[in-house]
Design a protein around this ligand. Structure first.
Ligand code: DQA
Length: 138
């Protein structure tokens, strides 16, 4: 099984960005751990701060051979109709993940343009949210 982990804006700053909310590990460190933990899966990783790049990556996920996408769209989750449309428009299943519990935070984070088109949503377990998503695909 080949899975794409797709991270949106500001997630390249993990490790130093608001560590009280997002922890102090960089995603690169965590990704190596995931690759070790899920050796039976082929994991790909892509991060972008640009909405269009994230949409392009969702569009090409099938031709790149990905069976599913574990997607943390960051703040675009709450603002981007275009990203929601991209998730709706592809046949590759998408699992929406968030490090923090978005329902526990500001009201503007309670809206997601992705959830309706995702197979499921995992939010609030720290970086472990990604592991839980991968486990659900096992
Ligand atoms: C986030 C939650 C979003 O509200 C926020 O804008 C992020 C990260 C999370 O993983 O908890 O950038 O998606």
């Amino acid at each position: 099984m080949k899975i794409l982990i797709l991270n949106g804006p500001n997630l390249n700053l993990l490790g130093t960005r608001e560590p009280e909310i997002y922890g102090s590990k960089t995603f690169e460190e965590y990704f190596s751990q995931l690759q070790f933990q899920f050796q039976k899966m082929e994991l790909g990783y892509f991060q972008s701060n640009s909405e269009g790049d994230l949409i392009d990556k969702l569009h090409s996920s099938k031709e790149e051979g990905f069976d599913a996408v574990v997607f943390n769209a960051g703040a675009y989750t709450h603002t981007s109709i275009a990203i929601g449309d991209a998730v709706a428009g592809i046949s590759t299943p998408v699992i929406e993940v968030h490090i923090s519990n978005v329902m526990n935070r500001e009201e503007f984070r309670h809206v997601s343009y992705i959830s309706k088109h995702a197979v499921g949503v995992i939010s609030g377990f720290g970086l472990k949210s990604y592991e839980l998503a991968l486990n659900s695909l096992h």
